[in-house]
Design a protein around this ligand. Structure first.
Ligand code: ZN
Ligand code: FE
Ligand code: FE
Ligand code: ZN
Length: 268
């Protein structure tokens, strides 16, 4: 399997295990040709203190870069320095100059919070029962659109992760939201992540679902693959399945990043 995984975490985020070297070793074993470490960027830097710590501390960023640098000396694989950055309206935009100072090859932007609700955390999933599902989806996709327009991110992570716990509105309600976000991706040039972790979540399907994915593909949005591994055993999970699906949908290339510049590589 000659593919690229751009979304793996490390123990620094307090809800994953393994260090960059463990993930790189797993990737070599699986025959990946490139891996990008993309742990959660410190929320502390954005002045956010969630109820549960889910990111590294700001003073651990240096350790993060050092560990990746060391792991990148592993033979037979290319190792990239990524990050998964939360989108918080206003605060993420303010970070732009700070982010320029770090050696990132790419930045994945993700929406994990609606105000202070950590809606992807199983612990807080009960709140879906107490809200209007339509309003939740509208708010979620508005944040995703803003994240893409922020100019700060290269890739949008798990674009429809709001479905994670299987709370979904009707299809006809989703259509305009999908159309809007696909157009925003096209206009901004932000890449779409096909995140395979959804297959292991209650929703049991990739992020995005086929309807949104095909809409984006039709518009010419470029794709990257990510496993969202929180354990080295999850590196490249379901990638052959994802590759076959993408090929069937007419996608033959994915994007590789170097110092925030993307270029196309054939999907092997
Ligand atoms: Zn995580
Ligand atoms: Fe995420
Ligand atoms: Fe992640
Ligand atoms: Zn993620």
């Amino acid at each position: 399997m000659i593919m690229i995984d751009y979304h793996v975490h490390t123990y620094l985020c307090r809800h994953a295990e393994g260090d960059p070297q463990d993930y790189v070793n797993a990737a070599v074993e699986k025959g990946l040709k490139e891996i990008g470490i993309a742990d959660h960027f410190p929320l502390e830097t954005m002045g956010i203190t969630p109820k549960t710590q889910v990111t590294m501390n700001e003073d651990e960023l240096e350790t993060y870069f050092q560990m990746i640098r060391k792991a990148s000396q592993t033979g037979g694989i290319s190792v990239k320095t990524g990050i998964e950055l939360d989108y918080a309206p206003g605060k993420t935009e303010e970070l732009a100059p700070v982010l320029e100072g770090y050696p990132f090859d790419y930045i994945i932007g993700s929406v994990h919070f609606m105000d202070d609700w950590d809606f992807t955390h199983p612990f807080f999933a009960g709140e879906f029962e107490e809200r209007s599902i339509e309003e939740v989806y509208e708010r979620y996709f508005a944040l995703v659109d803003e994240a893409c327009r922020s100019g700060v991110i290269d890739i949008i992570g798990h674009i429809d992760v709001v479905k994670k716990f299987n709370y979904r509105p009707e299809e006809r309600f989703l259509k305009p939201l999908y159309e809007e976000v696909a157009q925003v991706l096209k206009d901004t040039g932000v890449c779409l992540e096909v995140n395979t972790s959804g297959l292991d979540a209650p929703v049991k399907e990739f992020y995005p679902d086929r309807a949104l994915l095909s809409r984006c593909i039709r518009k010419g949005v470029k794709i990257v693959l990510g496993s969202d591994a929180h354990s080295p055993t999850q590196v490249g999970r379901y990638f052959p399945l994802a590759r076959d699906m993408l090929r069937e949908m007419g996608v033959n290339e994915t994007v590789v990043f170097c110092k925030r510049e993307g270029s196309l590589r054939s999907l092997e």
